[in-house]
Write a protein that binds this ligand. Sequence first.
Ligand code: ZN
Length: 460
Amino acid sequence: MATEEIRKKVQELRKEIRHHSYLYYVKDAPEITDYEFDHLYRQLVDLEKEYPELVTPDSPTQRVGGKASDDFGKVRFRKPMLSLANAFSADELRDFDRRVKEGLGVNSVEYITELKIDGLSMNLIYENGSLVQGLTRGDGRVGEDVTANVKTIHTIPLYIENAPPYMEVRGEVYMPRKSFIALNEERDEAGLMPFANCRNAAAGSLRQLDPHVTASRNLAFFAYALGDMQGLEIHSQEELLKQLEAFHFQVNPNYRKWDSIEGVIKGVNEWEVKRHDLGYDTDGMVIKVNDFAQQNQLGATVKDPKWAMAYKYPPEEVETKVERIIVTMGRTGVLTPSADLTPVHLAGTTVKRATLHNMDFIHEKDIRVGDHVMIYKAGEIIPEISTVLKNKRTGKEEIFEMPKTCPICGEPVHRIEGEAAYRCTNPNCGGVVREKLIHFASRDAMDIEGMGPSVVDSLL
Ligand SMILES: [Zn+2]
């Protein structure tokens, strides 16, 4: 039996671990080393092993390992998760402003703008501070229970101090671009189809039967709203965002208050360019009337609230031409086709190459050398071909075929049963050795300064 003293020790350890993981994951400002953190965590694990009766679902040790319900049970929301009406131009925002002022009978209104994160909306239910349920948005009235999977997301608190008895926190689960790029590289190497963008990757990662898989995907969460709640007095969106921060949620720092719609439009235009520098995808800006009393006065239509708008940025796609298709080698011998493109400007950079992933991808889209294509940035970093402009074909386009022999060593190339990838299986292939050495010396591995591809080439 656990003594009072042990119970107290467990409580203290949990509090300390929560504090340090908040500093690490949300604030990105750790105060202790990973080693010290692991030591605290280990002490808690050991105590919980010795006294299993002390384990609670909101303990920091319980992030991974809970069982996912195999059918993601359906749950009805107490308050629906409404979608927002869209605006695509400054004039549509001015119309919105006019309707708001008429509805309220006032001459000026305070607005809050927030970046619209391209992820999945989530409703998190907290009872007496403990996270008890995580639900996807579903159709807005009934969501899917993904509790075991959202618990693996480190920026979602499992326990909140000084929380009201009941509270629903709403926000966006998203995949940072860095995680997205690493995940797709892994999938290319494993001969799996890549995810089209960060949002699809986040959705796929959240609907996993095994929470260990979700945990490995490095998802994150931005909080921006409350659903149903008891025991909280909040008067404006600005106050709400500050309260969510105080509850140790990650709130996107780029929100801003404006006293006119012209200010809002200025902010919207500014972020259309700046958003490409962020570490995650955004597809627009959300504009809300700041004052909650005014929000209530305006109310909602059947479909969406009258006090908010989602301004959508146009997708950035440009036309270019596939000059040729080349094959590069990865460190496991996988041959990856890429398209050399006529250089073109896209979302702030000049693009000359797009990844084609594998032969299945090329066949599915029917990409040929000489084709005119539309390209966009997946995860807003790596260019991808979205569509082939088949009406622009002249008949001179050439179908690409994977070489039968390795372009580096000349040994036969094999396609492994059930995989999309082609590999050079020669263990002494110069290409594989080269890629392995580059990886070995890279920052993510041994971090050997100065040993880049050209030094590796000289060495070989
Ligand atoms: Zn080879």
